[in-house]
Design a protein around this ligand. Structure first.
Ligand code: AHR
Length: 510
């Protein structure tokens, strides 16, 4: 008889605290993310602010812990002053990144109203493409300075007497990408970002800054060199390095696709090594180390054709079960690296490669909504554990991660992909993807310090087959709460993880 797989949990083998910002999201002025997504004035489903209430309810249930705004590629030609003040006075602009007309009816203050309604942390990006360092400084003055200087007073005139106190700011978006408006080489970007950082921090010393790290992983790019130059120049002024990654399944190879989150993990390890090498504890002094923010990640490939890349319905990807499993794998990889990854933002919140899909008269939750929700509701505030996993493995063939991406090849990919977290109160959370297409995997869960006690709550995301998806006619892929798993008071319990599933187990160790 085949041997059971094994997962060993040792609550002493901690990796780092799992930050709630791992389950952030992103709102860009792109397609129908803002207009026709979160904001739809005149729609009977919208409130007096123009916010779609059905969308908002799904957003609140998703519990996005930090939301990045306003782009993305959009921000590299965005001038924030266009989007404040009386709505009728705001200019229409050509939106060059995604080929739309931007009315500017939604801007800084509308986004901050939204953030307050949904109860999340805002994270702004400044324009380091066509924008100036002065504009970046003035934006911080407008949002964060209580009173006195011109832009603080302007905010007050616009009906916001109190500052918004936006803490997180990134210094541009994907500045390593040739597609970025105002794209710069690494040295020029780092110098411009450094000067912007100086002005922004003089305006509000309490802000946290995020540098634009590598997003361009095409075969002819040199992402680690970009990261090295940027860190060298900015390491004493920034708190995070931002990385981006999108994957796809262009050749419809399920097992290759399932392995793509491990490439995010490899890249995390490489950048962690670079940060360690460049910043000794002595260099850091009292400061926290520089962390990684995966501030864009997702699955994005079907809607990358010419016709669907731009315009008002750009990037409206529809997701299925295999996509939900890949997202579960991404989230596991983030938790496993919780020592260095302290923020991540799924791109994006609504309609645009998103967990929530809205039309004028309603919404549905995409498959990828469910694992993200389980993590966001449960998997933070404790210590990530270094879990031992013993399961059968497979090798991938050489494959493209997604369109425009470099190739990867991974050996010994375990069928079981696992992360775990332990809280001081004894709670333990074990997140497991069974990548196996056909087989349930009987698994011994072994507690190496103390005993499991009581029962495990069991939540499962699965569906009839890997191509099953959700739409307005129903949701075939969603979270199902299964029967509790009795553990008694022992160091071992066996659970069978169904084929192509994601499972979250929630229990106690004593
Ligand atoms: O999320 C879609 C786009 O992907 C973002 O605008 C950009 O930053 C990235 O290339």
């Amino acid at each position: 008889t085949a041997q059971n797989a094994r997962i060993k949990i040792d609550v002493d083998r901690t990796v780092g605290n799992v930050h709630e910002h791992l389950y952030g999201n992103f709102v860009e002025h792109l397609g129908r993310c803002v207009y026709g997504g979160i904001y739809d004035p005149g729609n009977p489903l919208s409130d007096e602010n123009g916010f779609r209430t059905d969308v908002m309810e799904a957003v609140v249930d998703l519990n996005p812990t930090i939301v990045r705004y306003p782009g993305g590629n959009f921000v590299s030609n965005y001038h924030w002053k266009d989007g404040v003040g009386p709505v009728d006075d705001r200019p229409d602009r050509m939106e060059l990144a995604w080929n739309r007309l931007e009315s500017n009816h939604f801007g800084t203050n509308e986004f901050m109203d939204y953030v307050k309604e949904i109860g999340t942390e805002p994270y702004f990006s400044v324009n380091m493409g066509t924008g100036t360092i002065e504009e970046a400084q003035q934006w911080v003055e407008y949002t964060n300075v209580k009173e006195g200087p011109y832009y603080a007073e302007l905010r007050k005139q616009h009906g916001y007497p109190e500052p918004h106190n936006i803490k997180y700011w990134s210094l541009g978006n994907e500045m390593d990408g040739f597609w970025q408006m105002g794209h710069l080489n690494a040295e020029d970007y780092a110098k411009k970002a450094r000067e912007a950082a100086k002005l922004m921090q003089l305006t509000d010393p309490s802000i946290k800054l995020i540098a634009a790290g590598a997003s361009n992983f095409r075969p002819d790019a040199n992402p680690m060199e970009w990261n090295r130059v940027v860190l060298e120049e900015l390491k004493d002024v920034v708190d995070y390095l931002a990385l981006h990654m999108y994957v796809g399944n262009p050749n419809d190879n399920y097992y290759n696709f399932m392995a793509t989150p491990l490439v995010l993990e490899q890249r995390t390890h490489l950048v962690k090594g670079l940060i360690d090498e460049m910043m000794s504890r002595a260099d850091r002094g009292e400061r926290d180390p520089i962390y990684i923010a995966w501030d864009e990640y997702n699955i994005w490939y079907r809607w990358r054709s010419e016709e669907t890349m731009t315009g008002t319905r750009a990037l409206e990807e529809k997701y299925n079960l295999e996509d939900a499993l890949v997202i579960s794998g991404f989230l596991n990889a983030l938790v496993r690296n919780a020592d260095v990854v302290k923020m991540a933002n799924m791109a994006q919140l609504v309609n645009v490669i998103a967990p929530i899909f809205a039309e004028e008269d309603g919404i549905f939750r995409q498959t990828i909504y469910y694992p993200l929700q389980l993590f966001a509701q449960n998997m933070h505030g404790g210590e990530s554990l270094d879990v031992y996993v013993d399961s059968d493995t497979y090798d991938t063939e050489r494959f493209f991660l997604g369109l425009g991406e470099s190739q990867a090849q991974l050996q010994d990919v375990p069928y079981l992909d696992v992360s775990a977290m332990y809280k001081e109160n004894g709670e333990v959370y074990i997140a497991v993807v069974n990548r196996h297409l056909e087989d349930a995997l009987a698994t011994d869960l072994i507690c190496q310090t103390g005993n499991f006690t009581g029962e495990f709550e069991v939540y499962e995301v699965n569906g009839p087959d890997i191509k099953a998806g959700n739409d307005f006619s129903g949701e075939q892929v969603r979270t199902v709460k299964k029967e509790n798993l009795a553990v008694g008071d022992g160091e071992r319990v066996t659970y069978s993880f169904p084929a192509h599933s994601f499972t979250l187990l929630k229990g106690k160790v004593s």
